[in-house]
Design a protein. Structure first.
Length: 256
């Protein structure tokens, strides 16, 4: 709207310079056109101000939701690493996140570890249960926040990516629960009614290993991307001032 108003203003100025007698002879039309241009510019400016205020009101909530999505994504890829023996149990330091993320991005290494894990019944069952737990947690997290965040277009894309992750892991759980029915009656019934079984039938062996690797890598990618977005929504410096905390310099990023 602002662009149209500015274009109309430019056209009016040019026409006034080229053939000013028209506006002089049609004062009423000139007044109406100028009033419309002013209204359009005013509405455009007001819309920008209101949108900025709305985003500011949403900023803390949006960051909270983004961090919850980061937590969920990190639970998924670290859970896979732990089950296949690539995540040491004492790995709790924050600086280990990047190191473990590189392990997930190492496709040959992760694929080999997953392939070996699903070849042993006990390890495969543990991985199966872990994936089911992660799928339930992902569904709960998205169910709580997706509807809220989708009201803001600026966050819709990142929510869509996390919905994709949730869909992938839920689909995989249904296939696994059908191939190896769990003790939980509700999970067995849910798997029987899943379109995943109707469409894909089943999954095992090399295809299962590849699917788990793809899900883990998607989760790790969303972990990094969503955390970066969260740190730009509200700068860490703002939290440092609010909480009186000491934040490392590399985490002090500028707001969007």
């Amino acid at each position: 709207m602002a662009a149209i108003a500015l274009l109309a203003l430019a056209v009016g100025i040019v026409s006034d310079a080229v053939g000013g007698t028209f506006w002089a002879r049609h004062a009423l039309v000139a007044g109406l056109v100028s009033s419309v241009i002013i209204v359009m510019l005013t509405v455009a400016v007001v819309n920008v101000v209101l949108e900025r205020r709305r985003r500011e009101r949403w900023s803390v909530l949006a960051q909270f939701v983004m961090l919850e999505l980061v937590r969920n994504a990190r639970l998924i890829w670290t859970g896979v690493l732990a089950q296949v023996g690539l995540l040491p149990p004492d790995t709790t330091r924050p600086d280990e996140v990047d190191t473990n993320g590189r392990i997930v991005r190492d496709t040959p290494r992760l694929t080999a570890a997953v392939r070996e894990a699903i070849a042993h019944d006990s390890v495969r069952h543990g991985l199966h249960d872990e994936i089911a737990l992660l799928a339930a947690h992902t569904a709960e997290t998205l169910g709580r926040w997706a509807a809220v965040m989708l009201n803001a277009d600026v966050y819709a894309e990142v929510i869509d990516r996390h919905v994709e992750l949730a869909s992938d892991i839920s689909w995989l759980v249904d296939l696994l629960d059908t191939a190896d029915p769990p003790d939980d009656h509700h999970r067995r019934r849910r798997a029987r009614s899943s379109p995943a079984v109707q469409i894909e039938g089943g999954i095992a062996g090399e295809e299962l290993a590849k699917r788990i690797v793809v899900i883990a890598q998607l989760a790790e990618e969303l972990d990094r991307a969503t955390l970066d977005l969260a740190m730009r929504i509200v700068p860490v410096e703002w939290w440092r001032v609010r909480l009186g905390a000491t934040i490392p310099d590399e985490r002090r990023t500028a707001p969007v």
